[in-house]
Design a protein around this ligand. Structure first.
Ligand code: 13P
Length: 286
């Protein structure tokens, strides 16, 4: 890990004791990364930049992502703590590649397997990550919705499974699936706050809420009170960016310069970033 970025678990442990949450904003390209970094800097908020395997592939690989993020931190003189996180790593190899490229944390998502196999794979990742001082997040139960174009059903995490996985692997962060989904909700999300609290008390590590888009503000606040320290937000930024881009394209049919098209969503995206930071309470925590 270079000097330009922070260890993810350090900023999350601080958030845990301060009772606020750090946003994980997923990034898709150079501009997205710049917009998010600039807006987090203005709000003096630490940030975790989330990169799915699909997004890393789209951007040209883990090394390219690392180069984009660290170059922007340097060139834009970004001072806030920035972490670079592999979102939903599906295999040991994906996590290893991200760690080798310089990511400060990885999520190993072996939640599609049974508990024993989830524990085995998570343990392997934790052992490798420890050698590089990299933070590891694991998932228990299964977050539903659509991620990287693949749809999945929600399976609520069991408290005993979470405790067992934690004891066996010594993982740093937990993403227990407790009713949130990736993408848009049909109706109000049914989050299990009681289980969230119990898992938080029994493991005492920072918890992660996936599917942070579209959850009403009061439920986000309640989740933070129940042990959530990292909230992943992707779809909501994409939608607010797209709203502005749609209007721009409609009113400027002949605008073919990609810089103008992509930039037309900048203000909207940045507005959503600030709203989320304020809701999570991570402003002025850098
Ligand atoms: P949303 O796209 O629903 O915000 O979920 C993001 C996420 O959880 C990434 O892991």
């Amino acid at each position: 890990m270079g000097d330009l970025m922070e260890n993810t678990k350090d900023i999350l442990n601080k958030a845990k004791s301060g009772k606020y949450a750090i946003p994980q904003f997923n990034i898709n390209n150079l501009e997205w990364t710049r917009f998010v970094l600039e807006e987090c800097e203005i709000n003096n908020s630490p940030v975790i930049l989330g990169v799915s395997e699909g997004a890393a592939k789209y951007m040209g690989g883990y090394n390219v992502v690392y180069a984009i993020v660290t170059s922007l931190i340097e060139s834009l003189k970004i001072k806030i703590p920035v972490c670079l996180h592999l979102d939903h790593g599906s295999t040991f190899e994906a996590c290893k590649n991200a760690i080798d490229a310089g990511f400060t944390s990885v999520m190993i998502d072996a939640s599609k397997y049974d508990l024993d196999e989830n524990i085995r794979i998570t343990k392997e990742v934790v052992e490798y990550a420890r050698l590089h001082d990299v933070t590891v997040e694991a998932e228990v139960g299964h977050v539903g919705g659509e991620e990287d174009g693949i749809a999945a059903e929600v399976a609520y995490a069991k408290v005993e499974d979470a405790v067992m996985l934690y004891k066996e692997t010594n993982v740093d962060l937990f993403a227990p699936a407790l009713g949130s989904v990736h993408g848009l909700y049909k109706g109000e999300p049914k989050l299990d706050f009681q289980r969230m609290k119990e898992i938080s008390e029994k493991t005492n590590i920072p918890l992660v809420l996936h599917g942070g888009s579209g959850i009403p503000d009061d439920l986000i606040v309640k989740a933070i009170k129940s042990g959530i320290c990292k909230i992943n937000i992707n779809t909501e930024l994409q939608i607010s960016w797209h709203e502005a881009v749609k209007d721009f394209v409609k009113n400027n049919e002949n605008a073919y310069d990609p810089r103008k098209v992509i930039k037309s969503g900048e203000a909207n995206l940045k507005k959503s970033v600030t709203e989320k930071i304020k809701l999570l309470g991570s402003n002025n925590k850098a």
